[in-house]
Design a binder for this molecule. Structure first.
Ligand SMILES: C[S@@+](CC[C@H](N)C(=O)[O-])C[C@H]1O[C@@H](n2cnc3c(N)ncnc32)[C@H](O)[C@@H]1O
Length: 323
């Protein structure tokens, strides 16, 4: 992207709430600061909903039947859920480098350690004819893969996707945008020790983890990261976005849904974990990844009709496999 096109592109992430009286003037505010009182209130709510009432048998069954619960979810919702992807190319321009229409992200100063590891570890630019391979884990019904296929014109790009819900994969394959010349999706439980996948070790340019690690039992997360490392090529990148500690979704849980610290079962028995930045850092650093980004995205969403405020917390990160 040249500088002139960057200038023309709208900026994203820079609507700051400076005067609390103006909160209902817009639908959302970026980088909202939490004061001590708000942090303590959230802590208190989590303490209240963290009592574990599930039996060991219940917890085992939630794990053993996890794919079935997601099948049931997709049976009901088909491809009507998880639609909102306006942030995809703003946050992860790497996914479609030839798409220059997405707004440019504005970063906090504190997030600006950003490119610490970049220059020496990013693979050298290729001649334009080299194959680029992206793999999305927990791709669901294609809400990330289809936008990439639509927005990227790169004929050398091939996208793989997996999900352990066979129902999700079936729905995805029926979509008219599913193009077997440009993508392939398959059923895989990413927590398995040995992955059965249609690509070689050390072959992938980018692995995408968007709202999937949170659905996995925390004790199995290191196995997933270990396999990610195996299949990424040296210099390959992981892009990650998921729920952060004290996100609205966590505070809304009622008593009796907690499985273990910050890990809950929803009403439909699909599970969700809420991460700290440090936990994500340890997971990747323990496997030798280099951190290029690890930020907390706090957004205040406003329902102006109902005069409601909703505090969202997401963790966003990028980790590179050393060359
Ligand atoms: C919250 S959804 C997100 C789906 C998709 N990434 C998106 O953002 O639209 C979580 C997805 O992860 C999948 N999933 C959960 N655990 C998995 C596992 N162990 N292996 C593969 N996929 C898994 C679920 O079936 C579901 O499609």
């Amino acid at each position: 992207m040249d500088e002139s096109s960057a200038e023309k592109r709208p900026q994203f992430g820079n609507r700051f709430l400076e005067n609390a009286d103006e909160v209902f003037k817009h639908n959302a505010w970026d980088n909202v600061q939490w004061d001590e009182e708000q942090e303590n209130l959230a802590k208190e709510k989590v303490k209240l909903n963290s009592q574990v009432n599930f039996s060991e048998g219940d917890i085992k069954s939630l794990e053993d039947e996890a794919d079935k619960h997601w099948d049931a979810f997709y049976d009901i919702h088909q491809n009507r859920f998880f639609k909102d992807r306006h942030w995809l190319f703003t946050e992860f321009p790497e996914l479609a480098p030839d798409n220059t229409s997405a707004p440019v992200r504005v970063f906090n100063e504190s997030d600006e350690k950003q490119s610490e590891n970049k220059p020496q570890n990013e693979p050298k630019p290729t001649d334009g004819n080299t194959k680029r391979q992206i793999f999305e884990i927990g791709c669901g019904v294609g809400n990330t893969i289809f936008p990439i296929l639509q927005y990227s014109r790169d004929s050398n790009l091939f996208i793989y996707g997996c999900d352990f819900s066979s129902k999700a994969i079936e729905i995805m394959k029926q979509n008219e945008l599913y193009d077997t010349n440009r993508c392939e999706v398959f059923v895989l439980d990413a927590t398995e020790q040995k992955w059965n996948v249609p690509f070689e070790e050390n072959s992938l340019d980018i692995i995408v983890l968007i709202f999937v690690l949170s659905a996995i039992d925390p004790s199995k997360m290191p196995t997933v990261i270990n396999n990610i490392k195996k299949y990424l090529k040296p210099g390959g990148l992981v892009v990650f976005r998921d729920y952060g500690l004290y996100d609205l979704a966590q505070l809304r849980f009622k008593k009796g849904r907690c499985i273990s610290d910050n890990f809950y079962a929803r009403g439909d028995n699909t599970r969700v974990y809420f991460f700290t930045q440090e936990e994500i850092r340890s997971l990747f650093k323990n496997e030798g990844f280099l951190e290029e980004q690890n930020l907390i995205d706090r957004r205040l969403q406003v329902n102006r009709g109902k005069m409601l405020t909703m505090y969202r917390v997401w963790i966003q990160a990028k980790y590179r496999k050393p060359l």
